[in-house]
Design a binder for this molecule. Structure first.
Ligand SMILES: [Zn+2]
Length: 73
């Protein structure tokens, strides 16, 4: 099974919506635990990496891919 790819600054979609109704979360800290911030209400939560990977549905916007379109070598 493919491992989920994510990095600092990514906007991700979780399987469960946040109580505020938004399901978009921004990754604001990476480590053994991951801190994500709700885009809707700006509330942040710290969750273990394993749990994050399990609950994360997909990456909506990658912080890295935003510059891909304009980069030319
Ligand atoms: Zn929220």
């Amino acid at each position: 099974m493919e491992r989920k790819q994510f990095q600092l600054g990514d906007i991700v979609q979780m399987k469960k919506n946040h109580p505020c109704g938004s399901n978009e979360m921004e990754i604001i800290r990476m480590g053994m635990d991951i801190r994500i911030k709700c885009v809707g209400c700006k509330h942040s939560v710290l969750i273990p990496r394993a749990k994050f990977e399990k609950n994360m549905k997909k990456v909506l916007r990658s912080a890295a891919s935003e510059t891909d379109a304009s980069s030319s070598e």
